[in-house]
Design a protein around this ligand. Structure first.
Ligand SMILES: [Fe+2]
Ligand SMILES: [Fe+2]
Length: 355
């Protein structure tokens, strides 16, 4: 604005009276995008608004679980270590949840997504913080200092400590990829990865809730499983809006993302596929030994074959959903699942760490 214009307007200031400049009001400058402004509360998908309201009614507090029933003395040292190890593996996934969805929430504001999308992402962020707190509390009760802030004194303990270090190294690699991907990928691509993570999570916790012999874990897994099913419902509802407008290019990226999701999530649902996770050659062997101790302790870890079956049925559900929208499914030969071979075009940057 010219200084003389400002001066002219100021000269006409009268308390209590409107000023209408000659030639009309001056338009406010355009806001550079992406930006969270202008603030508005547009609702296009009532179903999402309802899910968000329901999420508040279903709220629960991890601190209220009957923690006094989780006593270190009820387990052998190996069993305690096994449980701590499993929760450390889980934390590689669930502890990424709050940051991943917080970032996605900001992205949804910047992209001016409708209000219920932003609110639902916020609620997932909230839930994931609770899931992470469950990992934190279970580990604190059974293995103080875990996952990594303790000194191992036996071979089994050294193996656990070392494996956890390698897992977290990989989690760090994937986080770096995600922080770039969140701006690079369109929302349908991100949501597909989220949907896969939520399908995996709800399947895992449903299986474990039925398998555990401990009341604290039973209640924890039931509640987390219920949250994860709601997250899945959110992702599928959003995708139903997004998918009709997909281009072939985006479809091809989604096929790759599904394979990337399989690589990432198999670590907790089953076992990691070869050649992608950056792990030492002894990792998997020791991982199996430690998982067995967790299994013996009554945590609810399914057998290798049950895990594979569980994961296969979760993937079959994902396949039904994405094929409705003309998206090719990637091959997952590890589980005898046929599809397009995209294994050559995936890098650590493609992995979206979500659960
Ligand atoms: Fe979670
Ligand atoms: Fe989740």
């Amino acid at each position: 604005m010219a200084e003389s214009d400002s001066a002219a307007v100021q000269q006409r200031m009268r308390p209590g009276e409107l000023i209408i400049p000659d030639g009309g009001f001056w338009p406010a400058p355009e806001i550079p995008q992406p930006n969270i402004y202008p603030m508005e509360w547009r609702v296009e998908t009532e179903k999402l608004a309802a899910i968000y309201q329901k999420s508040k009614l279903m709220a629960w507090n991890p601190a209220d679980l009957p923690w006094d029933k989780l006593r270190a003395e009820d387990f052998s040292t190996e069993q305690r270590l096994g449980i701590m190890y499993w929760f450390s593996v889980l934390a590689n996934f669930d502890a990424s949840g709050p940051a991943v969805f917080a970032r996605a929430t900001i992205r949804a504001f910047e992209q001016h997504e409708e209000d219920p999308v932003r609110k639902c992402f916020f609620s997932i962020t909230r839930d994931e913080m609770n899931h992470e707190e469950c990992c934190q509390r279970a580990i604190a009760a059974l293995w103080p200092g875990g996952p990594l802030n303790w000194l191992p004194s036996t071979d089994l303990e050294r193996a656990a400590h070392n494996n956890i270090g390698w897992l977290y190294h990989n989690g760090g690699r994937y986080w770096n990829g995600y922080t770039k991907a969140v701006g690079r990928y369109s929302l349908p691509v991100l949501f597909t990865s989220f949907m896969m993570g939520e399908m995996a999570a709800s399947t895992l916790f449903r299986g474990m809730a039925s398998g555990t012999r401990h009341p604290v874990f039973a209640e924890m897994f039931q509640r987390i499983g219920r949250d994860e099913s709601r997250h899945l419902q959110i992702c599928v509802t959003i995708l139903e809006n997004e998918w009709p407008g997909l281009t072939d290019d985006v479809r091809a990226t989604i096929t790759r993302q599904l394979r990337a999701g399989f690589i990432f999530l198999s670590m907790i649902l089953w076992e990691p596929p070869e050649g992608f996770w950056d792990l030492p050659p002894y990792f998997l062997n020791n991982h199996r030994v430690l998982m067995d101790h967790a299994r013996q302790a009554g945590l609810g870890v399914l057998s290798y074959a049950e895990q594979a079956e569980n994961w296969r049925s979760a993937i079959a559900k994902i396949r039904v959903i994405v094929q409705r929208w003309g998206i090719d499914f990637p091959a997952m030969p590890e589980l005898d699942i046929e599809g397009v071979d995209v294994s050559a075009d995936i890098s650590a940057e493609d992995i979206i760490p979500v659960f």
